[in-house]
Design a protein. Structure first.
Length: 219
């Protein structure tokens, strides 16, 4: 057998991404990655300060596919909507890698590119710095949170998703109406439609609120 390719940052990131994609973020360790790459685990630390740095690099790489560039004649509100939809799609496409960026921003090139795009559009909307920061956090938490909630079920066939929603509806409908009157009353209206549609409804409501703030600021 020939010698394995020389160890490099890119090769380590490739190996870590493959390991996480197959087994999940919790499976990533220096020992397991060293075995996959055919190297001593200690060799990894010649390229990365610690596993936290490596996880940030892997997490940031998958964000590279998010398309957040400016578009001609697009309003700031439409741009924010498009960017959030795109970011959620990227996370749902690779939920195990997305788990790496849920707890904290990577603060690397691709995350910064997305952050700058959102802040750019909020600036176009006329938000002051404090309001822009608040709006940014609201958009990110809605988008990333929605993707995290929908990740597991979103990867299943549509029929299985609908079955799960019906089961959840039946559970709420069967609760004690004395103890949970509101949950019982609304049961048939919960989890109607798709997770994507529910996200868009929530996003549009948030953007409408942000537009209202913009109008108040200009009055």
């Amino acid at each position: 057998m020939g010698r394995p390719p020389a160890l490099s940052r890119e090769r380590i990131i490739d190996g870590a991404a493959a390991l996480i994609a197959e087994h999940g973020a919790d499976a990533l360790s220096a020992r397991r990655l060293g075995e996959a790459l055919g190297c001593d685990p200690s060799a990894l630390y010649r390229h990365f300060e610690d596993m936290g740095e490596l996880k940030r690099e892997v997490g940031d790489r998958y964000l590279a596919t998010a398309r957040v560039g400016e578009r001609t004649n697009e309003s700031w509100r439409c741009a924010l909507r498009r960017i959030c939809i795109e970011l959620r799609k990227v996370q749902l496409r690779q939920p195990r890698l997305a788990a790496l960026v849920r707890a904290a921003p990577t603060r690397l090139a691709n995350e910064l590119r997305i952050t700058e795009a959102l802040l750019r559009e909020l600036a176009r909307g006329g938000f002051d710095l404090a309001s822009a920061a608040s709006a940014y956090h609201s958009l990110i938490e809605l988008t990333v949170g929605s993707a995290a909630i929908d990740a597991d079920l979103g990867g299943q066939p549509a029929a299985d998703r609908r079955k799960a929603y019906r089961e959840w509806q039946r559970h709420y409908a069967a609760l004690d109406p004395i103890e949970f009157p509101h949950a019982v009353a609304i049961a048939s209206h919960l989890y109607v439609g798709s997770a994507d549609a529910r996200f868009l409804e929530a996003l549009d409501a948030l953007l409408a609120g942000l537009s209202s703030l913009e109008r108040q600021a200009t009055q």
